[in-house]
Design a binder for this molecule. Structure first.
Ligand SMILES: Nc1ncnc2c1ncn2[C@@H]1O[C@H](COP(=O)(O)OP(=O)(O)O)[C@@H](O)[C@H]1O
Ligand SMILES: [Mg+2]
Length: 368
């Protein structure tokens, strides 16, 4: 069992730089966990502490059943793959992959078996005699992966391993890493700043901001039930539309009122119940672009839609991103591309208010 457990982990670098603050996280055995967040939020620091390359200022780290705070990196049974491949230029691919095992004095037939098996998995068998300079970026990244695989670690740690690859190769390697995870059945912790990588690869995603873990959830829960505004806006592209307004209580229900009273949307019953405490108070409504749709049901009059002026239409093939001006506020809608709407025309939209998220403007937390 190779669970990884962080308890109250903080890291303060010299100069009082608080890189990680009181992180608690349990990554299950065989789980693929992704740490995601903007640059500088502390992702690499967390990973490096798990690897033993940085010492936590406070807290404990467990790998499997062992507390590893005082265990040297080489004895932690982990392998780390970085963005820079750091291959030895003078060694062949074979030797690059074998080298770590040679240092650990594995018998040469065992080394040979592991290297060939990893090369097979990564589809680089025919490259084993080449040197790194004769490889493409994607091939080098595979060798770096191979070097980790031959170690058969309990836990793989990846720090933005695909960031140096071009967009197409990134998508391909992303899939291959997911397959590799299924095949190796190992615990993997993967760091990226790219929310699409996080969403597509992670069993669970750990969103970080300013050294603090914001939310740990499976991808769709993160998408549909973000715990705060930051997570809501970080995950999803185009991002969730945020409209500041307040809750007005009607006779039997609430209305979300915004944009100098020009926008008035009925809040569905089941949400109204949860938001009782916010009657008359300021709230922020978050609505995803796909929850705004071309008006078909004439819902505007019932408080379930609005009219806005189309400013820009971005055709992306199967879908359109439509930027609309709603009384001075730009909102983005995602339409199917069956019909391209006219720019500079008023356009009536239905709002799926049942799918909206509401946030407390002071705490920024979701109102659940
Ligand atoms: N060795 C270090 N010494 C001092 N500050 C550091 C060091 N490494 C990282 N930091 C700082 O800690 C914060 C978190 O960095 P890092 O973990 O690398 O973030 P991320 O990987 O999310 O981009 C940043 O403010 C960064 O400048
Ligand atoms: Mg980093």
């Amino acid at each position: 069992m190779a669970r990884v457990i962080l308890q109250n982990i903080s890291k303060v670098y010299p100069g009082n730089i608080r890189a990680v603050q009181c992180a608690n996280l349990e990554v299950d055995d065989k789980e693929f966990a992704v740490l995601v967040g903007p640059s500088g939020c502390g992702k690499s620091t967390v990973l490096r502490m798990i690897a033993g390359l940085e010492t936590p200022t406070t807290g404990t780290i467990r790998i499997g059943d062992r507390m590893v705070n005082d265990v040297a990196p080489k004895n932690r049974d982990i392998a780390m793959v970085f963005q820079s491949y750091a291959l030895y230029p003078h060694m062949t691919v074979y030797k690059n992959m074998a080298f770590g095992l040679m240092l650990r004095k594995y018998p040469s037939d065992e080394i040979d078996r592991r290297v060939r098996e990893a090369a097979e998995v990564l589809d680089i068998t025919e490259l084993l005699d080449r040197r790194p300079r004769a490889l493409s970026g994607g091939q080098r990244q595979r060798v770096a992966l191979g070097r980790a695989i031959v170690r058969r670690p309990k836990v793989f740690l990846f720090d933005e391993p695909l960031s140096n690859l071009d967009a197409k190769l990134r998508v391909q390697m992303r899939l291959e890493l997911s397959k590799l995870h299924a095949r190796l059945q190992a615990t993997m912790i993967y760091v990226t700043h790219d929310q699409v990588e996080a969403m597509t690869m992670g069993d669970r995603i750990v969103v970080m901001l300013d050294g603090v873990i914001q939310q740990v959830s499976p991808p769709l829960e993160l998408y549909y039930r973000p715990v705060n505004r930051f997570v809501a806006e970080f995950i999803g592209s185009p991002p969730m539309n945020m409209i500041e307004g307040y809750l007005e209580s009607g006779e039997h229900e609430f209305f979300f009122v915004a944009l100098e009273n020009k926008l008035r949307l009925r809040v569905p019953k089941q949400l109204s119940v949860l938001m009782k405490g916010y009657a008359g108070k300021a709230v922020v409504m978050g609505i995803r672009p796909e929850h705004l749709s071309a008006n078909k049901e004439q819902r505007e009059k019932k408080g379930e839609g609005f009219t806005a002026v189309i400013e820009i239409v971005e055709p992306l093939g199967s879908e359109l991103h439509v930027h609309l001006n709603l009384h001075g506020k730009i909102v983005i809608a995602r339409f199917s591309s069956e019909q391209i709407p006219q720019v500079q025309q008023p356009f009536v939209l239905d709002v799926d208010t049942g799918a909206a998220c509401f946030f407390d403007p002071e705490t920024q937390r979701a109102i659940l």
